[in-house]
Write a protein that binds this ligand. Structure first.
Ligand SMILES: [Mg+2]
Length: 197
């Protein structure tokens, strides 16, 4: 059995959360302006939006359970999100490690059918053709965790549930210090990958 690498898509291979904040706040937030994101919000971009907009909690109309229904236009970003700054090199690294046929994209949809279609379009337009048949869109990607499968994901929750080696990729909403440099430097031999946060 070959070792496999599973790459998250949203906020790992693309920049998704910051464009969401830009659209909802109507402020000039660039796709790589990670300093803008309030770390106190954790993995909750509605809370991040509330902090950025300085709204009182009681008045704030957005939360993670209603935002996709109340703002269906946000789904467009699954198609239009810009590539992350690390996308191309992470994919190249993963392909160098295990070969393209053992590199998978594992991405979680939001509960609207359009999301599946737009994710497929994003991958078609941004990811090398050799990976297009290795796409898994599933709400519980952690079910695929195994000892011979490495997950790289910006969601600590996904990493925590993954039964196998994982790297939580550092973004403002997690506490990880891993970035492109540490992944390329510390995990250049797949066999050394271990549980890290
Ligand atoms: Mg993600």
């Amino acid at each position: 059995m070959s070792f496999e690498i599973y790459l998250d898509v949203d906020d790992l291979l693309n920049s998704f959360t910051l464009p969401v904040l830009r659209r909802l706040s109507k402020r000039k937030i660039g796709p790589y302006d990670y300093d803008v994101y309030p770390k106190a919000a954790g993995y909750d971009f509605c809370e991040a939006l509330r902090i950025i907009m300085e709204w009182e909690f009681a008045d704030f109309p957005y939360n993670m359970s209603n935002v996709w229904n109340d703002h269906p236009e946000l789904v467009d970003l699954f198609r239009d999100a810009p590539k992350s700054l690390e996308c191309d090199r992470l994919i190249q690294w993963a392909c160098d490690q295990v070969g393209p046929k053992n590199v998978y994209l594992a991405t979680k949809p939001v509960p609207t059918p359009k999301c599946y279609y737009y994710k497929a379009l994003w991958i078609r337009d941004n990811i090398p053709l050799s990976l297009h048949s290795n796409v898994i869109i599933h709400p519980n990607k952690w079910m695929m965790g195994r000892d011979d499968r490495l997950l790289i994901d910006d969601s600590w929750e996904n990493c925590r549930k993954w039964c196998g080696p994982r790297i939580c990729f550092g973004r403002p909403w997690n506490d990880s210090t891993h970035n492109l440099e540490t992944v390329l430097r510390d995990f250049s031999v797949v066999g050394s990958a271990s549980d890290v946060s």
